[in-house]
Design a protein around this ligand. Structure first.
Ligand code: KIV
Ligand code: ZN
Length: 510
């Protein structure tokens, strides 16, 4: 049995399936580069048949990343597989991941196929995928609720057809750790050709057990875990990469395998994904939450000061906390700025792009004495423009005074036409967002508005997240500025620019 545990990251595919977490091509490439820096083995870059945008994103990731294997998802359908094969052409190392549901309820109600038809489709799909790459992963969707005997049959058949990885999903997060571990053990024992493949697991977190189930599977012979940064994913999400990796690394006394992950990159990746998607990380989240290594109580602090191992099982710096934390300021030069951003995972395609962000950095440094990594990441996110940006903020003025109703005066450029309005609101943010809505007439519903300080201190930038809904579609928008009213306007406009572009996108599991 191999002592290497393969880490397969699906932030860009399953992670993006979480409502409001959709990402642009450029954002996906930035995240992919950060995963590559973390030494993730396989990056599932998307579901190429879903839309032209999804296809181009997978293609862009495949053409950019060289150190990780790039994977594309495909249902067990000819067109899906051909599209995935096409998107992955430029990859140094590619994988096609094809799947079909195997639980009685999915076969009957969703696919309307009998078990023999499901096997036939699975075998055909794997054979077709092998025309494009010799690395083919097969998943029996909803394996956690499938009949074991049927799994033995279909998995034996797809191995014969050329599958090299068998991924066992607990699609609806129903399994318990001992049960899921036993399932992996039974599959390995009962499938005659099981020694020819790597067993992988893909656990959802509906009962909060995704990481526990994944680890139980590893103890029973799984040698690939599918996971996402911060546990992003459908509904309650997937297994969190940072938790899986650190559990295996910290408890080497229990595991006979380890990952290749450079754990010092974990925090940067977590922040990048949270910044891009607007999905905040809760303070008490393991490994990457703000409190994960904070010791509040006096007794704990005393113990940690005497010997850190009294209360710490991991070192904060091993997952990127405080590592090379560099503070920049108004005297920092362009090269230092460029270097730091490179370490944080951002490289610029053109000198003009670099110059634009550097100009904004200087502007920020005039307002704020110390510029931290979080500020730099927010600056980059704020500077990246969307492909179809219809609305731009030209100017914003807000009057707010005790005893008076706040009034916002907003000028927007909408489809190259300048429009201006003045509107009152219950507060300065309310007035600004109402003014924007009045000009745009998007008729969207604001589902979420949140503001957080990016760093500490009253001169910190505020980072605003908004989530908008229209006809069942949810998008999120982010904006940052030292002025939180401007940050709010930027975030709202960012979300509007996303929701105003119609998308025709297939969901892989519907
Ligand atoms: O949860 C799931 O079953 C999936 C499959 C496509 C692997 O995401
Ligand atoms: Zn999934």
């Amino acid at each position: 049995m191999s002592d290497k545990l393969i880490i397969f990251d699906t932030t860009l595919r399953d992670g993006e399936q979480s409502p409001g977490a959709s990402m642009t091509k450029d954002e996906k490439v930035r995240i992919a580069k950060s995963l590559e820096r973390m030494q993730v083995d396989v990056i599932e870059a998307g579901f190429p048949i879903a839309s032209v945008g999804d296809f181009e994103s997978v293609q862009a990731v495949a053409n950019t990343v060289t150190e990780s294997r790039i994977c594309g998802l495909a249902r067990a359908l000819d067109n899906d597989i051909d599209r995935a094969g096409e998107a992955l052409k430029g990859a140094n190392a590619s994988r096609i991941h094809t799947f079909i549901a195997t639980s009685p309820i999915h076969m009957e109600m969703k696919l309307r196929m009998n078990p023999d038809q499901v096997i036939e489709n699975a075998v055909k799909a794997v054979k077709r995928a092998r025309r494009y790459t010799d690395d083919v992963e097969f998943s029996p969707e909803d394996a956690g609720r499938s009949e074991p005997e049927f799994l033995y049959r279909i998995l034996e058949a797809v191995i014969d057809a050329g599958a090299t990885t068998l991924n066992i999903p607990d699609t609806v997060g129903y399994n318990l750790p001992h049960q899921f571990g036993q399932l992996i053990y039974n599959l390995r024992e009962n499938i005659p050709n099981s020694d020819k493949v790597i067993f992988s697991v893909h656990c959802h977190n509906d009962l909060g057990l995704a990481v526990a189930n994944s680890l139980s599977a590893v103890l029973n012979g799984a040698r690939q875990v599918e996971c996402t940064i911060n546990g992003l994913g459908e509904r309650a999400g997937n297994a969190a990469i940072e938790e899986v990796v650190m559990a295996v690394r910290t408890r080497q006394d229990m595991f006979s395998c380890d990952t290749n992950i450079d754990t010092t990159q974990i925090l940067a990746a977590s922040r990048l994904v949270s910044g891009i998607t607007g999905f905040a990380v809760q303070p008490n989240k393991a490994i990457v939450g703000a409190n994960a290594f904070a010791h509040e109580s006096g007794i704990h602090q005393d113990g940690v000061l005497k010997n850190r191992e009294t209360y710490e099982i991991m070192r904060a710096e091993d997952v990127g906390w405080n590592a090379n934390r560099m503070v920049m300021g108004k005297h920092s030069g362009r090269n230092a700025f460029k270097d730091r951003l490179k370490q944080l995972g951002t490289e610029f395609e053109t000198e003009a792009d670099l110059n634009e962000v550097f100009r904004k950095f200087k502007e920020l440094a005039d307002k704020k004495h110390d510029i931290f990594d979080e500020d730099l990441q927010a600056l980059v996110s704020d500077t990246v423009t969307l492909d179809n940006e219809r609305i731009r903020l030209t100017s914003l003025r807000v009057c707010s005074e005790t005893g008076e109703t706040p009034v916002a005066s907003v000028t927007l450029c909408i489809d190259d036409e300048e429009k201006q309005i003045e509107i009152a609101g219950s507060g300065p943010v309310d007035a600004a967002l109402r003014a924007i809505e009045e000009l745009v007439q998007s008729k969207t519903e604001l589902q979420l508005y949140s503001v957080n300080n990016i760093t500490s201190g009253t001169d910190s930038q505020g980072e605003v997240n908004v989530r908008l809904e229209k006809a069942g579609r949810i998008v999120s928008g982010q904006g940052s500025d030292t002025d939180i009213v401007i940050a709010s306007a930027k975030a709202y406009i960012n979300a509007l620019n996303k929701i105003l572009v119609p998308v025709d996108r297939a969901h892989p599991q519907v």
